[in-house]
Design a protein around this ligand. Structure first.
Ligand code: GLV
Length: 387
């Protein structure tokens, strides 16, 4: 058993154990991948202030996100095709999150269905909605999430149409994988993955297949999004969806101050500063660069979360110090899942927690709720001057 000490260790194992097309799907950004790269490299520009001779006993990372108690300010982000990284992946990740005490968000484009996940966990999870061009299907998804007891609806706003990820086209990404000479040669080397997949019935988009007809190729994410996602989605529609749901709502994919103000005006429970992990608009600024301007504009009106680029507990600490109430992690837990299933997700959460907790202590704090910008050293031109 390899010794896992950091998220990168899980990433290496994920790459070795999951089929190439699914590892590549997770590890891609759109087009040149500039935004994907900068999401992480911009975190590295921010430094932490070492403080000494401060009592660091009795520390806590407990807080609340969108009114929910969390063991640390982290939510598992919605990630498409998670059940292709490891058999029954969404169920495994949801179980690990529940045991750790952080929320799990199920993607519309998951392999395990809403009902499947609900049957296997005991706490309510969050559901992420992609808006469809067919209101009846959008409403049906909302009703299914309600019936399954989901506590929060996360509406993704930055993917009405899919940003191109070159590797997915070259690999012929599909769920389940289409059997070609190339994919068979790859799958033959991933025996762990194959055994797991043989043992489950969950190999297609569980929220879609069997719930809607007339899709050209239900296995093809790009075809599905092209056929069915709602190109006309606007703020009026967002308000309508919020009303259809009638519960807690988080808007994900806000990267601009003007959009943050519109979101705050709607009166939602939180917004997520995000560029979809660099998978949509290539050339957009990193999420961490946009965090402070957005917090300055709307932080007193709406809770602000951040995703895109979190790979360490130090990154989480930096985002909190810059005004986020919490973060979403995508790849950081998907590496763990692809490496070792539920155990790997737990490991990812433990790694991040330890890094965050010890770094917080070394910055002179005992309670994550008291961490502020004083712990940071931020380059003067960090946000940049853009005309
Ligand atoms: C969809 O959620 C994607 O980013 O692939």
């Amino acid at each position: 058993m390899p010794v896992i000490t950091c998220i990168d260790d899980l990433k290496r194992l994920h790459k070795k154990r999951a089929p190439k097309m699914f590892y590549d799907y997770a590890e891609s950004g759109s087009w040149t991948e500039q935004t994907f790269r900068e999401n992480t490299s911009d975190f590295e520009q921010i430094r932490l202030r070492q403080r000494v001779a401060v009592d660091m006993s009795n520390r806590t990372t407990k807080t609340q996100m969108a009114g929910q108690d969390v063991a640390m300010p982290v939510v598992l982000a919605p990630v498409g095709l998670t059940g292709m990284q490891y058999a029954d992946g969404e169920i495994k990740a949801a179980k690990a999150a529940e045991k750790f005490g952080v929320p799990f968000t199920l993607s519309t484009m998951s392999i395990c269905s809403i009902e499947d996940v609900a049957d296997n966990v005991s706490q309510p999870f969050w559901f992420q909605l992609y808006t469809m061009n067919d209101d009846a299907f959008t409403k049906q998804l909302i009703d299914r999430a309600k019936a399954a007891g989901c506590s929060t609806l996360v509406i993704t706003l930055d993917l009405q149409t899919l940003g191109q990820r070159h590797k997915d086209l070259k690999n012929g990404l599909s769920a389940p994988p289409k059997l070609t000479a190339k994919s068979i040669a790859d799958l033959a080397t991933r025996w762990r993955w194959g055994l797991g997949m043989l043992g489950t019935k969950r190999r297609m988009f569980g929220n879609i297949v069997g719930h809607v007809d007339g899709i050209k190729d239900p296995a093809d994410l790009a075809a599905w999004t092209g056929d069915r996602f709602d190109l006309t989605l606007d703020w009026e529609k967002v308000a309508k969806i919020r009303d259809w749901w009638g519960g807690k709502v988080i808007l994900k994919g806000i990267l601009d101050v003007e959009d943050a103000k519109k979101a705050a005006e709607l009166g939602v429970d939180a917004i997520v500063v995000s560029n979809h992990g660099g998978r949509q608009l290539d050339g957009a600024l990193s999420s961490i660069r946009m965090l402070r301007p957005i917090v300055a504009a709307v932080g007193d009106k709406v809770e602000v979360h951040l995703d895109s680029g979190i790979r360490t507990g130090q990154d989480i600490l930096k985002a909190i110090a810059m005004g986020a109430k919490g973060v979403m992690i995508g790849r950081a837990y998907i590496y763990g899942l692809g490496a070792m299933g539920e155990e790997g997700v737990t490991k990812a959460l433990e790694v991040l927690h330890k890094e965050m907790d010890v770094s917080m202590a070394l910055c002179g704090h005992r309670d994550i709720n008291n961490v502020d910008e004083n712990i940071l050293l931020v380059p003067e031109d960090f946000e940049g001057r853009w005309a």
